[in-house]
Design a binder for this molecule. Structure first.
Ligand code: DQQ
Length: 575
């Protein structure tokens, strides 16, 4: 509330001084805290409930005109525990209303937690939840629940089945790592199939079960897929297809990353076979190279698209979470498609999010020379720094960038100066981003954005690209999201995330970046969503003053912003 009042005041202030853009919040104003627990860190449009802890998205579904998002929730504290299913509903995927708990740990088969699971809509149009319950012995079993009243548009109350648990781990199956059932699909034989994530040896597997009635389940002889690589348990499996190409996603605690394989599915044998380039855990791709985990997709029947959510964990400390009274948020809902080259998935925020876009700043053909730094704000044509040349500008003179949506296209016509590429770098792009930070001069790049930056840029999150040339004269594009300078606080988790972007920079000459900035979130999509990197950041200055946004180039070759559009965002109703 305080922040929206201040934002209104800022507008008036900005209108008055027509060319000044930054407006300051009074550091002493009520409700503003300089402490680590400022309300400024709560998100404006990334989903989080009104209070307390959340983790995995569960059972997302579109049903009778309403989107439902369930999530792992602690209804008593801002730390993991008492795991229940929170439940919020929406008609547009942007504004959300909490409708209470769908599942609570009340029965012998889930008394120690209602863990993750999914929803399937049965042929008679009844939605059914299948989820993992933790028994008092710590065993993981699978349970089902139905809406108490399917004519309640919000499906507020859920009744657990008398048949629970409907699946218990068979002899020889590790019952303490046996969880997170998928949405079911039906085979040609009419039987339902689900997958359950499991650990086997040091590796993992997706165990397949079949059922004719959703209550009685029989384990298939073979898992849908398994790996002896040291992946540990496969959490939150997800399995779906695009025109005959199948995706198997698993969430791995070994690195807290969602990995996926593309491949084929033999429906007769119920076996998934990864394509050659996805064989071996090291060759699995990542949904997101940052802090994003336990994702789950669903089919939005209304718009014929597949949408994914994922949990964004904290980078702040547990004691701060307790003091703030909340921890954990969700990514924006992202449409997931298969790239036209068939080699990878592409993710993009749902178009509904654009309804929050307000004031826009736009730039065309702005050249970023070596060392160039351009502040994105209400810009005057004379504003040039460090060799920066602005050919054309458009403008609003006030811009609120604590929560914003930025789309930019960088053009690089001269690739001759690209640094030499060492193929071993493919193994660990995060290490490469750590070594080659935004201020380390390169050949082509680093160029990109500095977001959530303080006025003196002591605090900044750099989202940027570097282009390398390998011995075959082909080019590799690295994307980084560097948190190392995101906050002056040292106790935060502040890695420099990285991933390669699968585009042909020589042919295209361009690379796009979209970054969703939301108080303590920087969610970035490189190359049209081919590479996604999400970060949680807690700059100290945000408690007292507003954020700045810059474009920069620290390469020895010029880059151009062919187009930049940045919108301030309205606050969504979330909770
Ligand atoms: N979170 C749930 C589990 C799942 C894990 C527990 C993944 O069901 O395996 O809160 O984050």
């Amino acid at each position: 509330m305080a922040s929206s009042c201040l934002s209104g005041l800022g507008w008036i202030f900005g209108l008055f001084f027509s060319f000044s853009f930054v407006f300051f919040k009074n550091p002493d104003s009520p409700g503003k805290s300089s402490a680590n627990v400022s309300p400024e860190y709560r998100t404006a449009y990334h989903f989080q409930p009104a209070k307390y802890w959340i983790n995995d998205p569960n059972g997302p579904v579109y049903y009778n005109g309403v989107y439902h998002l369930f999530y792992q929730y602690n209804p008593y504290a801002a730390v993991w525990g008492n795991i229940s299913w929170g439940h919020s509903v929406s008609t547009d995927l942007v504004h959300w209303t909490g409708v209470g708990l769908a599942l609570s740990p009340t029965d012998p088969y889930d008394i120690d937690g209602c863990f993750s699971g999914s929803i399937t809509i049965l042929p008679d149009n009844t939605p059914v939840i299948i989820y993992t319950g933790i028994t008092s012995k710590g065993e993981q079993v699978q349970n089902i629940a139905y809406p108490k009243n399917v004519s309640d548009p919000y499906l507020r109350e859920w009744i657990k089945s008398d048949s629970n648990p409907v699946i218990e781990a068979a002899d020889g199956v590790n019952a303490s790592e046996f969880r997170d059932p998928t949405t079911a699909w039906r085979g040609r034989d009419g039987l339902w199939r689900i997958l359950i994530g499991n650990k086997v040896g040091l590796g993992g597997q997706a165990i397949l079960y079949r059922s004719s009635d959703f209550v009685h389940w029989v384990q298939a002889k073979e898992p849908l897929h398994s790996s002896a690589d040291r992946t540990g348990v496969w959490e939150c499996p997800d399995f779906y297809s695009y025109d005959g190409k199948y995706v198997l996603k698993v969430s791995l605690q070994v690195n807290w990353v969602d990995h996926y394989m593309l491949g084929g599915y033999d429906e007769e044998k119920d076996l998934f076979e990864p394509s050659e380039e996805f064989v071996g855990y090291r060759n699995w791709r990542r949904y997101d190279h940052g802090k994003s985990y336990a994702s789950k997709t669903f089919v939005d029947k209304l718009n014929g698209r597949r949408i994914s959510w994922a949990w964004l964990n904290e980078s702040d400390t547990v004691s701060d979470a307790v003091e703030k009274g909340w921890a954990g948020i969700q990514t924006t809902p992202r449409v997931v498609t298969l790239d036209s080259n068939g080699r990878q998935l592409v993710q993009w925020p749902v178009k509904e999010l654009e309804s929050l876009r307000k004031k826009r700043v736009q730039l065309h053909d702005a050249e970023l020379k070596t060392g160039g730094l351009l502040e994105i704000k209400g810009i005057r044509a004379s504003q040039a720094k460090h060799g920066l040349l602005i050919h054309a500008i458009a403008s609003f003179f006030i811009f609120w960038i604590t929560y914003a949506d930025v789309e930019v296209e960088f053009e690089v016509s001269d690739l001759d100066g690209a640094e030499h590429f060492d193929p071993t770098w493919l193994v660990d792009p995060q290490k490469l981003c750590t070594e080659k930070g935004a201020s380390v001069q390169g050949g082509v790049g680093p160029f990109g954005l500095l977001v959530l930056a303080s006025e003196d840029r002591e605090e900044q999150t750099a989202v940027y690209f570097r282009v390398f040339k390998d011995h075959n004269n082909t080019y590799k594009v690295l994307m980084c999201s560097d948190q190392t300078r995101s906050s002056l606080r040292t106790e935060l988790d502040k890695p420099a995330y990285g991933g390669f972007v699968d585009i042909d920079i020589k042919k295209d000459g361009k690379i796009s970046l979209r970054t969703l900035i939301d108080h303590s979130v920087v969610e970035s999509f490189g190359g049209g969503g081919r590479t996604c990197i999400t970060a949680r950041v807690y700059p100290t200055f945000l408690a007292k003053s507003d954020a700045h946004l810059y474009a920069f180039n620290n390469g020895s070759t010029s880059a151009k912003i062919s187009e930049l559009k940045a919108w301030t965002m309205a606050k969504a109703h979330i909770g």
